[in-house]
Design a protein around this ligand. Structure first.
Ligand code: PEP
Ligand code: MN
Length: 347
């Protein structure tokens, strides 16, 4: 249930309404908009509460929300959430590009890729130190040492960093080294992990489970939000369909649907979403056209020898750089800003 106040309702009155709601043993979440404030009510409210609120001065409307997720819903929070990390804003006007290898391999590898991501105009360095592999005998990542290598490369080249965390026990150490924590597709419903991520404030990029509905996806985000961490972004990374030509089917519709249902930033991953290098460039552009707030793209200096099988979907550095030049032209047409910081060379 939400209570909507009018633009004339004072902050003091909103506080009185909140206190009244909380006295009934339920939670009140205030979301202040430009011309109205929404008070979201979470918990088993007395059936009489809706009518009592309707009678209160300052309350314009009371609406019952039937969705199972609340804090993730746009009904509860009409304005877009913008996550600010240093000078990067995710979910606002800026288009955010996260680039880098599937896995951190060596200090030299991650340093060189970080240099190339920065030179191309990317803002965030991606790289897995803990890798969720389908088979137990495959390379599982270099672990904590990889976190250190990546943090150093990010700092040296002026990039934020994002890395995957797979278990609640590793959340604190990953948060110590990385700016953004990624929850992989296989862990979208690892509820212990989601609960733990709710206890910190580090931004989380939550990937959609490859067989999950939008409702399940938003409920997974709700676990993190309900724990007290408001810094969640959603990532469409492809779902499993009958098609085998591509590794997954990037569900482009997810982007406008999630933007409609939720206020959280939406990021697209065209690398895992297609599994094929030649499709990453067109699907990146399509994602931006569909309204994505950012992209997470695999790029490698030597994809044929990458330590995970994801070399086949990794862009070469020059492809990555050319793609970002195109995004600089495309972004303004879609109400976004993206700057490669390359100087314009006049003929
Ligand atoms: C990754 O980003 O390298 C990764 C393993 O992603 P996903 O969880 O989407 O498969
Ligand atoms: Mn990968």
């Amino acid at each position: 249930m939400i209570a909507i106040t009018s633009n004339k309702t004072s902050d003091e009155r909103i506080q009185e309404i909140v206190q009244f709601i909380e006295k009934q043993g339920v939670q009140a979440h205030v979301s202040k908009g430009e011309d109205r404030t929404v008070i979201g009510i979470i918990g088993q409210a007395d059936p009489k509460l809706a009518e009592q609120l309707r009678q209160m001065s300052g309350v314009e409307q009371v609406v019952k929300i039937s969705k199972s997720y609340k804090l993730a819903s746009r009904d509860f929070h009409p304005a877009d959430t913008v996550i600010k990390i240093k000078d990067v804003e995710i979910g606002g006007e800026q288009l955010v590009v996260m680039g880098g290898p599937c896995a951190v391999e060596t200090p030299e590898q991650i340093d060189e890729i970080a240099r190339l991501v920065k030179a191309a105009g990317g803002q965030v360095l991606r790289g897995g130190a803990f890798k969720p592999r389908t088979g137990p005998y495959s390379f599982q990542g270099v672990g904590v040492e990889g976190l250190i290598m990546m943090a150093e490369a990010g700092k040296k080249h002026g990039l934020l960093t994002i890395t995957e965390v797979m278990t609640p026990e590793y959340v604190d150490v990953c948060a110590q080294y990385a700016d953004i924590l990624q929850v992989g597709t296989r862990n979208m419903q690892n509820f212990d992990l989601l609960r733990k991520l709710g206890t910190i404030q580090t931004p989380v990029l939550l990937k959609r489970g490859f067989s999950s509905t939008y409702d399940e996806f938003l409920n997974a985000a709700e676990y993190i939000l309900a724990g007290g961490n408001p810094n969640v972004m959603l990532c469409e990374r492809g779902i499993r369909t009958f098609e085998t030509y591509t590794r997954n089917t990037l569900d482009l519709s997810a982007i406008p649907v999630l933007k409609q249902l939720s206020h959280l930033p939406v990021i697209s991953d065209p690398s895992h979403g297609t599994g094929r290098r030649e499709l990453v460039v067109p699907m990146t552009k399509a994602s931006v056209a569909a309204g994505a707030d950012g992209l997470i793209i695999e790029m490698h200096t030597d994809p044929d020898n990458s330590m995970t099988g994801d070399g086949v979907q990794s862009l070469f550095p020059d492809q990555f750089a050319n793609l970002l030049v195109d995004l600089e032209k495309l972004a303004p047409l879609l109400g976004k800003k993206f700057d490669t910081h390359k100087e314009v060379i006049l003929a």
